[in-house]
Design a protein around this ligand. Sequence first.
Ligand code: AMP
Ligand code: ZN
Length: 119
Amino acid sequence: MNTSSDCIFCKIVSGQIPSRKVFEDDEILAFHDINPWAPVHFLMIPKTHIVSMAHVGPAHQALIGRMLGLAPRLALEAGAGPYPEGGFRIVTNTGKEGGQEVHHLHFHVMGGPRPWLRG
Ligand code: AMP
Ligand code: ZN
């Protein structure tokens, strides 16, 4: 697995920084965002250090597909309402102009009753 020693999400994967876990398997970790914008707001990350969506290529297709395929179930389990009245939003900030602050690929999954703080 690729890791970066100064990456906070790699430290969450290794347990050096604590997180409130939503889901974990051998390749994927999901944990609650520390600064939620919505009643439900968790992050899904690959355990391996991929910098951003701009660094994703054909070799990552299966992993990205698994992450997105898992998101609906985790959103419901975390408290998002069912479609169509409920639902959720998946956001991936990429690069400076894309608003990315943590440079380890992550999908924000947000849901729950509105209004939200942001988003
Ligand atoms: P982004 O701007 O897309 O890079 O978002 C980074 C997200 O990571 C923000 O929503 C932060 O609140 C969240 N975050 C930063 N540090 C932690 C942490 N230790 N545990 C959980 N979420 C975090
Ligand atoms: Zn990392």
